[in-house]
Write a protein that binds this ligand. Sequence first.
Ligand SMILES: C[S@@+](CC[C@H](N)C(=O)[O-])C[C@H]1O[C@@H](n2cnc3c(N)ncnc32)[C@H](O)[C@@H]1O
Length: 342
Amino acid sequence: MVERSVQFRGFRLSAEVPDRVGQLMRRVIGGARRPPLAQPQVIVRGDSRLLVRDPPPTTFVRHDPEIGLGFITDRIAHRARAAAQAAGRPKTPTSATDTDEAGALARQVAAQPWYHTIELPYGIETSGYYDHRPLVPIYGIPADLTGKRVLDVATADGFWAFEFERRGGEVTALDIETTADVDLPPRVQQLATQRGYADLLGDGFELAHRSLGSKVKRVVGTVYDLDPDRLGRFDLVHTGDLLLHLRDPIRALQQLRTVTEGEFLLSDVFDSTIGWPQRIESGVSHYLGGSIMAGWWTPALGTLVQMVIDAGFSDVEVLTVYSLIPRGMRDGPWRAVLRARP
Ligand SMILES: C[S@@+](CC[C@H](N)C(=O)[O-])C[C@H]1O[C@@H](n2cnc3c(N)ncnc32)[C@H](O)[C@@H]1O
């Protein structure tokens, strides 16, 4: 009998695996104990019984693949707007800052769509969709990472990778090459291919990296192919807001575990309409199908914890729960930061 436990705000939730499996099996198989919606037809053959009933009406949504491309078209539109603005600027410099390095950096930063808000030299700040700075003190990152090998998976513009470097870590940052590598439903993928949408990712990272004089090593690849023989194993592995964008989050978690030597830090969206905050529900997730902003799943908080446990991690703790409101929005989804060991 293996005891699995989860720490949350001073509470220790524990369960014994065989009991849990038994309970789940009863819940699934025991569907027959629920009152049937209509009287089923019963066919008896020897000791076995077959119950058959009319299927209930089913609802499904066929999303417009155009909507599924929103996260790419937003990036393309940003670049087009920035190029149009730059073309409208006077050709001759109007002030000293138009010619100096700060001016050049400011122009490059403005031309780039940013996910992260990052402080760059000369007081220049990227206009990220999210500003994670208030989150840093409560995120659970060790204060001192001197000499530690750190891996930031799905680094985007690199906010977290640069933060780990600032704390002394020897950081590797991984992300996919282009938007064509995102897990998309076939109809959305097909439309993206027809239009030749393979927007290069990582140019924001490269710009920030250059201007910060960073030594973070950026590698191109997918979480699914993480391999300790290629990258080694790390004292700290971090990934934020990745699982919801993956068709196969459990496979990704299993791969993340293969490169984790010390600690795994995960931040991801959970569905705050399921159970929370009354109880930490597990076994339930909303399926979004990748059709809106490349989102596939929003699990209940307990399900997120369970996914990490089921991928083989142990000592899973929920460190904090937060809602970070994106720039210009009225609200944002709830997210949790989880810490675990391989
Ligand atoms: C919502 S952003 C999160 C950025 C950052 N990790 C954070 O927490 O602020 C999602 C990131 O996941 C990356 N991504 C998507 N699919 C991926 C995959 N299969 N492997 C690695 N990264 C992926 C995207 O390119 C993007 O940079």
